[in-house]
Design a protein around this ligand. Structure first.
Ligand code: MRU
Length: 344
């Protein structure tokens, strides 16, 4: 099928700089920042100017390129910078995956900057291609006229173009499926309200924004035909980490028998982590919960628990939509087969 190209890109390499659409400013303003060093890329990932597992991976590839330029042929310094970059956010495995892939190219090419830059470009190009294939593979789970619920942001902003879960949704809409989308606002960073609602509006898809706490009522009342959302890391048995609130949604869907899918490129699968208990969950700053847009909404200094992600057990999944098709249970067996197919 044909996909329309969005008018924006989350990341682009131009004139020696990684240009990022600064997602902290949306939806009020379309602003960009330029990264020209490994530290710039580290800070952009850590502070979420760029976010979403595949987009973080795409940005990190260029971070390795900057690390190489800065290390001026010193392999030990280069390796230290790569390790440092990986620590910018701990949960999305695409970050580590991209750094290791580009680092390997650097080491195999005797630290050739051109080869490294090419590899970083390949990650971005391949991610876009994978997204289109995920969209094609996933369309079948959204029947015409369906109401779909999604969580966080998994669109073109979260990837190197098009999107994963939101990419499936956009493809179903473009195919004339006459669908309706409910977007969770996604507390505390509000990726649903700020980013997904913005992307849905840009795409002209009929949709509503809901407080996260309204999802259970909609699902109980039979108003949701399926849930499709993204993943930050998928373990070898199909357990997966995604934005906080995903696990709760999966439990509600299982209770009411509503199909629950994650959509992700195979770069999000961490075959070396046997199950979800091995996934490190990032905890973010307390003020993300205590404040909204600089305005305090909780008593000053009040203690906060702010995990950015949670782990959903594979038992709650209906399927994993990848560029290689939809993986279904038994996940351990089918993911092991996929690993062999990918040669990883
Ligand atoms: O903290 P974020 O905004 O980077 O979290 C993003 C998510 O949890 C997404 O669902 C996931 O990265 C998949 S994006 C295609």
């Amino acid at each position: 099928m044909m996909f329309t190209r969005e008018s924006f890109r989350a990341l682009e390499f131009r004139n020696g700089a990684l240009v990022l659409l600064d997602q902290r400013l949306l939806p009020s303003r379309l602003g960009y920042i330029e990264c020209r060093s490994v530290r710039d890329v580290f800070l952009a990932i850590q502070d979420m100017a760029v976010r979403g597992a595949p987009a973080i991976g795409g940005a990190a590839g260029y971070g390795v390129y900057f690390a190489l330029l800065e290390s001026a042929g010193d392999a030990a310094a280069f390796n230290r910078s790569c390790d440092y970059l990986i620590t910018s956010r701990p949960t999305a495995v695409n970050l580590k995956w991209a750094v290791e892939r580009v680092r390997k190219t650097a080491l195999n090419s005797a630290l050739d900057p051109q080869a490294v830059l090419e590899e970083a470009h390949s990650i971005v190009r391949e991610d876009l291609e994978m997204n289109y294939r995920i969209a094609e593979a996933g369309c079948e789970v959204i029947r015409p006229g369906a109401a779909v619920l999604t969580h966080c942001n998994t669109g073109a902003l979260a990837t190197c173009g098009w999107g994963t879960a939101l990419g499936v949704i956009k493809a179903a809409w473009q195919k004339g499926g006459n669908i309706f989308v409910y977007a969770d606002e996604t507390r505390p960073r509000l990726q649903g309200a700020r980013l997904t609602a913005w992307e849905l509006k840009e795409a002209g898809i009929p949709s509503k924004l809901i407080p996260d706490s309204a999802a259970a009522t909609l699902i109980r009342d039979g108003k949701i035909d399926c849930v499709i959302l993204g993943a930050d890391r998928i373990a070898a048995n199909g357990d997966f980490a995604n934005k906080i609130g995903t696990f709760a949604l999966s439990v509600i869907c299982r209770h009411y028998g509503v199909p629950f899918y994650t959509a992700a490129p195979t770069s999000t699968i961490d075959f070396d982590t046997p199950d979800g208990s091995g996934i490190m969950i990032e905890e973010r700053d307390a003020d993300e919960v205590r404040m909204i847009d600089g305005i305090r909404i909780a008593p000053e200094g009040f203690d906060v628990y702010n995990p950015s992600f949670d782990v959903t057990p594979h038992q709650n999944l209906t399927g994993i939509i990848t560029e290689c098709g939809i993986i279904r249970e038994p996940y351990d067996v089918n993911l092991a087969r996929l690993r062999t197919q990918l040669g990883r």
